[in-house]
Design a protein around this ligand. Sequence first.
Ligand code: NAD
Ligand code: DAU
Length: 336
Amino acid sequence: ASPFNHIVVTGGAGFIGSNFVHWVLDNQPDAHVTVLDALTYAGNRENLAGCDPERMTFVHGDICDAGLVDRLFAEADACVHFAAESHNDNSIADPTPFLRTNVEGTFTLLQAARNHGVRFHHISTDEVYGDLALDDPNRFTEETPYRPSSPYSSTKASSDMLVRAWHRTYGVEATISNCSNNYGPYQHIEKFIPRQITNILCGIRPKLYGDGKNVRDWIHTEDHSSAVWAILTQGRIGETYLIGADGERSNIDVLRAILTAMGKDADDFDWVKDRPGHDRRYAIDSTKLRRELGWSPKHTNFDEGLARTIQWYTDNPSWWQGAKEATEAKYRAQGQ
Ligand code: NAD
Ligand code: DAU
């Protein structure tokens, strides 16, 4: 049985948060989830379609609303905090909402966790560690110094620091996980993989930044969910765990795999302007999580996971078509 049965999930209408809510409802029969989500451009109520209303309550609200957060935490025994502004390119164009949601929002939740003795799990990113050279034999570990590059990753690093301080100073029962790049269903089409899949479906040529050699370490979002549950329920309080599935791939390889799987020529894409400050490579060493908590990923065949993701976007055009024109217009204005 789960030690936590009244769980607040912030950002539960976003990509990873909604996948986590489905995972909990499917795998933890005693758990009730309260989703707190502001439904920004990235949040979509449809991501939670099919959730049992007896076991999932949706609250439309902002994590910076201290009164609302306090009321929800009074009824909760745990919080898993996914809500964030999550896209690097947006943070470069306008960092303002990143400071508010990622820093002030995390602060607001921590204060409520402190007041009500709520177990707090903070979802963070491998980007807090900056980047690695392509030929660096090392990968990120829990001991790697923080060196964030973008407005997005620096606000995530700030939020991690707040969580550590609230644990040490006020005794908040907190853990942090820093995960690598997720893929899977319900990912917003501004992100690399769904942008290219939906470009091809719309007859638009895919767009590759810079020289295309940047490396990301891909993990299926369902494996992220199972890792977060393991840390929430068995992780040591005050600790950080890195989550990754040994999925390093260059962007150009991923793009060519998408093109080929969708029956296109592997060179049928456009080279576009690079992202300012573009991190070269991320790579996670998840030994601590695997050894201490016995976690391992299920989706170890990337091509198979990618094929299912392509199928999902092909089968669900009504989920993404409404956002396509505005998303591409924003990129066009940036030369990307
Ligand atoms: P997303 O952008 O798809 O979803 C974010 C969700 O948060 C949306 O539903 C949005 O409406 C909600 N939200 C935003 N501001 C809010 C506010 N002020 N109050 C309440 N809700 C608000 O993001 P994602 O890709 O699912 O990422 C979720 C979390 O995982 C983030 O914390 C991100 O930093 C982290 N993360 C993401 C990845 C990745 O590959 N996408 C990898 C590692 C870590
Ligand atoms: O590493 C974890 C992070 O992964 C998370 O913290 C972020 O929330 C998440 O957005 C993701 O960040 P990235 O910047 O790595 O993801 P993105 O999908 O934006 O881009 C992936 C890579 O693809 C990156 O090297 C930039 C490149 N890219 C992206 C787009 C949108 C392209 O070449 N073309 C594109 O059109």
